[in-house]
Design a protein around this ligand. Structure first.
Ligand code: OSB
Ligand code: MG
Length: 374
């Protein structure tokens, strides 16, 4: 069944702030609390939610929360309000002319898609051709002050059932840390994520990491260095996974053709939407390249959509979609819980299947505005 057109007379934006259970440190800095923009598409008899993953500072990519807010308020929301949404892909048609701003566009598309699917009683997973109702989960471990602290954190995740541990690395905190983890936990699937902190001059480091039997090395080099990634991949047995470098399905095609990676981490914010994520998935599936769904420390709103994406057939590796208690003392939605077998349920309700709890939403809102049709 195809849902009918929905009218969306108003769009609400909220900046929310939630404390994290522990600071999250990567090669580009440390986050102590999670800030996000929530987009709420308000229809006459339906509504939908999307989460913008732009961080407070433009370190992961060019996008940042303050800029995304303005792009949503001044450009993206007014354009969406101008027409009824008759097809899911249509939400972003009017904003194609805007270069970049993928995370802002993705949040708007998610909200509109959620409203549209809810109106038609369809789940996001069904809409995406999902083939499973539970997905295997891994966890991304921030850089810790000491190896002991890191091992303690990892052991607590393994006790909960997580199926893969991803270690953040940066120059100076890499080989010794990874070696210590491999020695302490030789049977645990481990990957590393450099967030682009290295250059081709660090090839000897990657050759040393290559001896450690890692599942993959994520984004070792700069976001713009596809050809350098290809040269590095040619020297390593370990799979290179690209994150920051893949901003669209075209990037995915180019990276695969060049041999710049053998796995892709899909994040809807980074590629400009849930539907573009599906296209990245399709390109990779066609080429026989496994994918997994990454994360940006999303609240339950963004994570619900990520779990639906993880139900697609080509998503064959555990993702970074962890349970609510890995991130927040209290999530914005009903908490997502990891089963002891290391899987999480794909939400079953229409649309993304969850919504922010009203009292949590009020408690976490730092600013809000409503954009209405002119
Ligand atoms: O590189 O995958 C990354 C978080 C914020 C920004 C970038 C990344 C991450 C993570 C955490 O690794 C993934 C998650 O648990 O949401
Ligand atoms: Mg990454």
């Amino acid at each position: 069944m195809t849902p009918a057109a929905v009218d969306l007379p108003a769009i609400e934006l909220r900046e929310v702030a939630l404390p994290l259970v522990r600071p999250f440190r990567t090669s580009f800095g440390e986050e102590r609390d999670k800030r996000a923009i929530l987009v709420r598409a308000i229809g006459d008899d339906t509504e939908g939610w999307g989460e913008c993953v732009a961080s407070v500072e433009p370190r992961y990519s060019e996008e940042w929360l303050g800029g995304a807010w303005l792009a949503l308020e001044r450009l993206i929301a007014p354009s969406v309000l101008a027409g009824a949404v008759k097809r899911p892909g249509q939400a972003l048609e009017g904003v194609q002319w805007i270069r970049g701003h993928r995370m802002a566009k993705a949040a708007m598309e998610a909200a509109v898609l959620d409203a549209w699917l809810r109106a038609g009683g369809l789940t996001l997973s069904e809409h995406l051709g999902g083939v499973r109702d539970r997905v295997p989960c891994g966890v991304s471990v921030g850089i810790a002050p000491t190896i002991e602290a890191m091992l303690e954190e990892i052991r607590s995740y393994l006790a909960k059932g997580y199926r893969r541990i991803k270690l953040k690395i940066e120059p100076g905190r890499d080989l010794a840390v990874v070696r210590a983890v491999r020695e302490a936990l030789p049977d645990t699937p481990v990957s590393v994520d450099a967030n682009g902190a290295y250059t081709p001059a660090d090839t000897p480091l990657f050759e040393a990491l290559d001896e450690l039997g890692l599942m993959m090395i994520e984004q070792p080099l700069d976001v713009e260095d596809l050809t350098d990634h290809a040269a590095l991949q040619a020297r390593l047995r370990t799979t290179i996974c690209l994150d920051e470098s893949i901003r669209s399905s075209r990037d995915a095609e180019a990276a695969i053709r060049l041999g710049a990676c053998r796995v892709i981490n899909i994040k809807p914010g980074r590629v400009g939407g849930i539907l573009e994520s599906k296209r990245v998935h399709d390109v990779a599936l066609q080429a026989g390249v496994p994918v997994w769904i990454g994360g940006m420390l999303e609240t339950g709103v963004g994570r619900a959509a990520n779990l639906a994406l993880a139900s697609m057939p080509g998503v064959t590796l555990p993702g970074d979609t962890s349970a609510s208690d890995r991130y927040f003392p209290e999530d914005l939605t009903k908490p997502f819980v990891l089963d002891p077998d290391g899987t999480m349920a794909v939400p079953r309700g229409p649309g993304i299947g969850v919504a922010p709890l009203p009292s949590r939403l009020e408690a976490c809102t730092a600013r809000r505005t409503t954009v209405t049709s002119p």
